[in-house]
Design a binder for this molecule. Structure first.
Ligand code: KIV
Ligand code: ZN
Length: 520
């Protein structure tokens, strides 16, 4: 890392705070893949998980720690020795490890472990000291800092610094603060807490009032030099500060916010798409920087202006964030080599059997759809990656629907290699098809979300369907794309069921029986 006083450290918590968002659970391999993309794009610190939460979290953090090339790998731990030891066991494999320990310091949070202010202060001293004896790089967070009494906050920050914390993170846990307050809080802590000049102050904002990015940038103006954020702003409730927003704000408005990061912004689009695909959280079309419409200019006036001079309506170029022009790629006559090179251009290296498999799916798509665009290929690849190790696979599907009577569906699935079939009726084709799946796969999951969005334009466009389901507190998402919306719906539903199976199997160890909100 640099000693430049205007360099802001980017701390990405997509795999911890982001993944904690109900339904955003990622598989082990998906976490490794995202971590490697974060590392490659220049993220300084990756918060890879919460090792005590489950065997799965522990394994993911350990493996990410071993694999990381340049990023510091951080794990989360509550304020107790067992959590901290477990965290260290996972992160110690990294070239550069960090332990992040925290406790809720506001009146509401202090009431949970039922500690007096003095008892909590002692706990902070003991746990930070313990963490520092294990690791040179220790981050400490007073959770709900922005609703903690000033005197108490200043007191516990000083204790953490004296006990050896090297980074002090000031979380706005419930997204309550406003930009001027955010800047002032950091400024005052730096000015008034003894020892503050020896540590880095971090800002960690949630977006409940839509101010997370503004609050993070204001904190930097106040003296913070680490921003905690997630890709696409993923995170519980309204999410966390979006990495792409702070990075691009610092680039585009360098004239008035003169700070730099080490992020290669041309990798933003690719990682945004990947996080959206693996988390099942679709990026809203008008989302800043990475939304589908962020660079689209549809109105006549805009188009005219854009043709004359792109800067008329564009403050950054699409290629600055890695958005290549959506181009017509191929049709049904395109060959395997052309597909392979196009996929490589889109960031997918496929060869051998995988290429053969993708080629068959591409041909089937090109038969149904005259024009195959980059976004179609990305959707196809995402489906390919999702279905890899699924226990349940969709075979054939026939639906009959129309006016006058319920829709009917006939379906075959392969479950653990055995073909099974069922018929069912329902209120429309999707309902009938889902009912058919339900007769074959025993579950009590409730559908929480069913969302359809078009991948490209035209009536032959593929539809991406996202479903989110909940069974006994376990929330899973599934996604799929197809030119046939009912087929995409059933595949998305089955994708979610496959994830539910994995969660059920690991229920003893891998369900989030421990939450970061339990004080422990
Ligand atoms: O929002 C929050 O307070 C957190 C802490 C664990 C840092 O995520
Ligand atoms: Zn948080």
């Amino acid at each position: 890392m640099t000693s430049d006083k205007n360099r802001v450290v980017i701390f990405d918590t997509t795999l911890r705070d982001g993944e904690q968002s109900p339904g955003a659970t990622m598989t082990h391999d998906e976490k490794l893949e995202i971590a490697s993309m974060l590392d490659e794009m220049g993220v300084d610190i990756i918060e890879a998980g919460f090792p005590i939460a489950s065997e799965g979290d522990f394994a993911a953090v350990s493996e990410i720690a071993r694999a990381a090339q340049s990023a510091t790998i951080c794990g989360l731990a509550r304020a107790n020795l067992k959590d901290i030891d477990r965290c260290w066991e996972a992160v110690k494999h990294a070239k550069s490890p960090r332990i992040h320990t925290f406790i809720g310091t506001s009146p509401l949070h202090r009431a949970i472990p039922n500690l007096t202010m003095d008892e909590m202060a002692d706990r902070i001293h003991d746990t930070v000291t313990h963490a520092r004896n294990l690791c040179d790089n220790v981050q400490w967070s007073p959770m709900d800092a922005t609703r903690t009494e000033w005197e108490y906050l200043a007191r516990v920050v000083e204790i953490a610094i004296k006990a050896g914390a090297t980074t002090i993170n000031i979380p706005d846990t419930v997204g309550y603060t406003a930009p001027n307050e955010s800047a002032e809080l950091i400024r005052r802590l730096i000015a008034e807490v003894p020892g503050a000049e020896d540590v880095i102050f971090a800002t960690h904002c949630h977006n409940d009032l839509g101010m997370a990015t503004a609050n993070s940038l204001a904190a930097v103006e106040g003296g913070a030099r680490q921003i905690e954020c997630t890709i696409n702003g993923l995170g519980e409730r309204a999410g966390n500060t979006a990495l792409e927003e702070v990075v691009m704000a610092l680039k585009v408005r360098h004239d008035i916010i003169p700070f730099t990061t080490g992020i290669d912004a041309t990798k933003l689009m690719a990682i945004s798409r990947r996080v959206s695909a693996v988390s099942g959280f679709v990026v809203q079309p008008n989302k800043a920087i990475v939304g589908k419409n962020a660079f689209a200019h549809e109105s006549g006036i805009h188009q005219d202006g854009m043709l004359k001079n792109a800067e008329t309506f564009e403050i950054m170029r699409p290629e600055d964030v890695g958005l290549t022009e959506t181009s017509l790629v191929m049709g049904k006559h395109s060959g395997r080599a052309a597909l392979r090179s196009k996929l490589a251009e889109l960031g997918y290296d496929v060869d051998g059997n995988q290429l053969a498999d993708v080629f068959v799916r591409f041909k089937a798509l090109a038969d149904r759809k005259k024009e195959v665009f980059d976004d179609d290929l990305i959707a196809l690849m995402q489906d390919e990656e999702r279905s890899g190790e699924d226990r349940i696979k969709v075979g054939t599907l026939r639906v009959v629907c129309g006016t006058g009577g319920p829709a009917e569906a006939a379906l075959t699935l392969t479950i653990d290699g055995d073909a099974v079939s069922a018929e069912a009726t329902g209120d429309g084709p999707v309902d009938a098809a889902f009912n058919a799946v339900k007769t074959l796969v025993d579950h009590r999951a409730r559908l929480q979300l069913y969302q359809v969005s078009a991948v490209t334009e035209g009536t032959d466009a593929q539809a991406t369907v996202t479903v989110r389901m909940e069974e006994e507190g376990r929330i899973v998402s599934g996604q799929s794309a197809d030119t046939d919306t009912v087929v995409a719906s059933v595949r998305a539903y089955v994708n979610a069921l496959n994830r539910l199976m994995v969660r059920r199997e690991k229920a003893g160890t891998d369900a989030r029986e421990i939450s970061y909100k339990d004080v422990g």
